[in-house]
Design a binder for this molecule. Structure first.
Ligand code: SF4
Length: 415
């Protein structure tokens, strides 16, 4: 009997360069922390990274580290260590995995990058609660652990329309961070440098947007699973030239794929949207599950969350505030529904997968009737997958497979 050929997701060649960039980034952080040559700031994923870079800090993102703990499937064994000191298994599994790793003195960085023994010790911790309260509690723990200040922005949430009053509030809060950050950095903020950094972030964000929008082509040259990996520089190196140069290269490769009619998934027969966090410890399995069924999961809210059209070098503080407020996660359901409908249309989507992540209610949008409302208006079917970003005890592989197969049959029958 002839062996059935399984459809696989294709490798993106630029990945090798990205791996080198990420290695340089982590070695740079390690050098800064171990030699004391440069100060290290820890920042939440959509915290004021531009301000920190402009003040000369090396910027480290614990969420990126927590995602690595998830992707390397280390997190499930580490979460109980944080539970044991009172951090509930029901709260953010980035937080519990990351604190668990610290308590156990473990990091995937040591395995990936020879010579790095630990995460870089912070001089200051800077959060923005635009995504959730957990980041503030997460940084508060490290503040006590390392004896360094944790400062940040307390953001409005569930916002339909971002108003001038919201922007004023957050802008003032970001400016209020400056004296403390200057004192720790031992330098004054150079406004030209801040403008330059905001400008670089803007350029990075525009290129990242173009990268993601290559997926409007049919077949799509990239998938959500590629996006979760290739967003690395947009997350940890925004505000730098390195990230911009990288996305130019990636964009050229994807554009060439479109010209050649090459899809990330061979014989793409359905186009899916992913709403919610990835299941980091199942990226490869999920990618293979969908590609074997000739389904391309090609667009997502998650990867698009690092697109900040508001950045404006002429008005750095207010534009940072606006960019951090306009995020999907900050918004109320009316805005989210409109956004999703726009994405479904733009990417010509056949079905939506909502990932209901047990420990992240903020990125789980299937709990208040939103899928039903979007489906009623668009006629595009949806599937809710229960799981988690990092705690694999909440993930049922068998259930996921059965549900996805049935969902794709439903889409095929609906044609
Ligand atoms: S948004 Fe979710 S995953 Fe991210 S830090 Fe907050 S609770 Fe954790």
């Amino acid at each position: 009997m002839a062996e059935e050929k399984l459809t696989m997701r294709k490798k993106i060649q630029a990945a090798d360069r990205m791996n080198r960039i990420m290695a340089d980034y982590f070695y740079g952080l390690d050098e800064a922390a171990t030699t004391g040559k440069r100060k290290v700031a820890w920042c939440t994923s959509v915290g004021p990274a531009e301000l920190l870079r402009a003040l000369g800090y090396d910027v480290y993102f614990p969420e990126n580290h927590a995602a690595m703990l998830g992707a390397t499937r280390m997190s499930t064994d580490l979460i109980p260590a944080a539970n044991a000191i009172g951090y509930s298994p029901d709260i953010c599994s980035y937080l519990t995995a990351d604190i668990g790793a610290c308590l156990k003195g473990i990091t995937p960085l040591s395995k990936a990058y020879k010579g790095i023994e630990s995460v870089p010790k912070p001089d200051v911790l800077v959060f923005n609660t635009n995504q959730c309260r957990d980041v503030q509690d997460w940084f508060a723990w490290y503040s006590r652990r390392f004896g360094v200040p944790s400062i940040g922005v307390t953001s409005p949430k569930n916002v339909n329309d971002v108003t001038e009053a919201h922007v004023d509030d957050v802008s003032r809060q970001i400016q209020a961070l400056v004296p403390t950050l200057e004192e720790i950095a031992g330098t004054k903020l150079d406004m030209d440098r801040l403008r330059e950094t905001v400008s670089l972030s803007r350029e990075c964000t525009e290129l990242w947007k173009q990268v993601l929008e290559t997926a409007t082509a049919a077949p799509s040259p990239l998938t959500f699973f590629d996006g979760t990996i290739h967003m690395g520089p947009a997350v940890v190196l925004r505000g730098t030239r390195v990230a911009i140069d990288y996305y130019k290269e990636l964009l050229a490769e994807l554009t060439q794929r479109i010209r050649d009619g090459v899809g990330a998934v061979d014989d793409e027969s359905s186009r899916l949207y992913w709403e919610g966090m990835p299941v980091w410890g199942r990226l490869r399995q999920h990618s293979e599950l969908f590609s074997h069924l000739k389904a391309s999961v090609l667009a997502s809210t998650y990867c698009s969350s690092w697109i900040f059209p508001a950045f404006d070098a002429q008005d750095p503080f207010r534009s940072m505030a606006k960019a951090y407020l306009e995020l999907f996660i900050v918004r109320a359901d009316r805005y989210k529904e409109t956004y999703l409908k726009g994405m479904l249309e733009k990417f010509r989507i056949d079905g939506i997968i909502y990932h209901d992540a047990k420990t992240c209610p903020y990125n789980s949008n299937s709990r208040y009737g939103l899928p039903q409302r979007v489906e009623a208006e668009t006629g595009i079917p949806s599937l809710v997958l229960s799981g988690d970003l990092n705690d694999l005890r909440c993930v049922s592989d068998e259930q996921t497979k059965t549900n996805v197969e049935a969902f794709l049959e439903q889409i095929a029958e609906g044609r």
